[in-house]
Design a binder for this molecule. Structure first.
Ligand SMILES: [Fe+2]
Length: 288
């Protein structure tokens, strides 16, 4: 989808082939595991936020795995396991899941059981390989043994679970939750970097971050000069140094954007932050 959006923003005809391949692969998987459709629909009904989160985690996990060079069969197992990673939340009361305030110790203890609950549901109702079922069970384990629910260390978990753990943290922090707003992507990247090597798998985090762009085409940012600018292209080699256009005003007060400036060459210019959504909406109204 990212590639399609970028092609469209450049005025080019997007290639639909990779998307077609993904969808046909998904269709094959759904056919092979029809017994999963009902639990997933139940999960959506029970907790829409968890369902959307699961879809996103599956996509992000596959994105990471592709760059780690995983084989096709591993990708399929990862996609399925990541899609089902929070299935156990079906058995957690929604009032605990969506509590707008801080969770009590008891609530937290109950929530932790969603890992075991998922494994039990899948053992009972599906014929999925162990490798898939391990993902829901292990996705909250941390490599230093500080996670839950079995307190496993890196060597005791599967790489598929460790990939899902990184995708899960990333997706959760970049989304709004009932008790907090989404964090900006650069902050989430910093958090991931800080957790790499002791909580999260170092290689998985590094690979993910190397291919992750903290900015999207169209994002509005603040520069070290105090000026505002719009991201116009992502630099895949240096994602923190995109190509931008600076916001200007002519003598009549009309807003326009400058010629493109490639931040990978203009090293004196740095991005100091993103402009929040509200001002983004106001600014976008000036780009007609
Ligand atoms: Fe979870």
């Amino acid at each position: 989808m990212q590639e399609i959006l970028e092609d469209l923003s450049r005025g080019e005809t997007p290639s639909i082939v990779p998307l077609e391949q993904n969808v046909s692969q998904m269709a094959k998987e759904v056919k092979a595991h029809e017994e999963l459709v009902i639990p997933l629909i139940q999960l959506k009904k029970h907790d829409d936020l968890t369902f959307t989160h699961s879809l996103n985690v599956a996509v992000i996990s596959l994105f990471i795995a592709k760059f780690l060079g995983l084989k096709d069969e591993e990708l399929i197992h990862l996609g399925l396991g990541a899609l089902l990673h929070d299935l156990g939340k079906l058995l957690i009361p929604p009032e605990i899941l969506n509590k707008p305030s801080k969770l009590s110790e008891k609530d937290y203890e109950i929530i932790q059981k969603h890992t075991i609950f998922a494994k039990n549901i899948l053992d009972e109702k599906t014929r999925l390989p162990e490798r898939v079922k391990e993902i829901p069970l292990q996705h909250h384990e941390r490599i230093d043994g500080s996670g839950y629910i079995l307190r496993l260390t890196k060597e005791e978990t599967s790489v598929l679970s460790r990939i899902t753990a990184v995708a899960d943290v990333y997706e959760a922090l970049t989304s709004d939750r009932p008790y907090r707003k989404a964090l900006p992507i650069p902050e989430v990247i910093e958090y991931l970097m800080g957790s790499a090597g002791h909580k999260l798998d170092d290689e998985v985090v590094t690979t993910f971050i190397r291919h992750l762009s903290p900015y999207q085409v169209g994002d509005l940012i603040k520069l070290s000069t105090g000026e505002e600018a719009m991201v116009s292209k992502i630099n895949p080699v240096l994602p923190f140094r995109p190509v931008i256009r600076i916001k200007k005003q002519d003598e009549q007060g009309n807003v326009y954007f400058s010629e493109e400036i490639d931040l990978s060459y203009s090293l004196t210019l740095t991005i100091i932050g993103e402009i929040d959504m509200k001002s983004q909406i106001d600014l976008e109204r000036t780009i007609l």
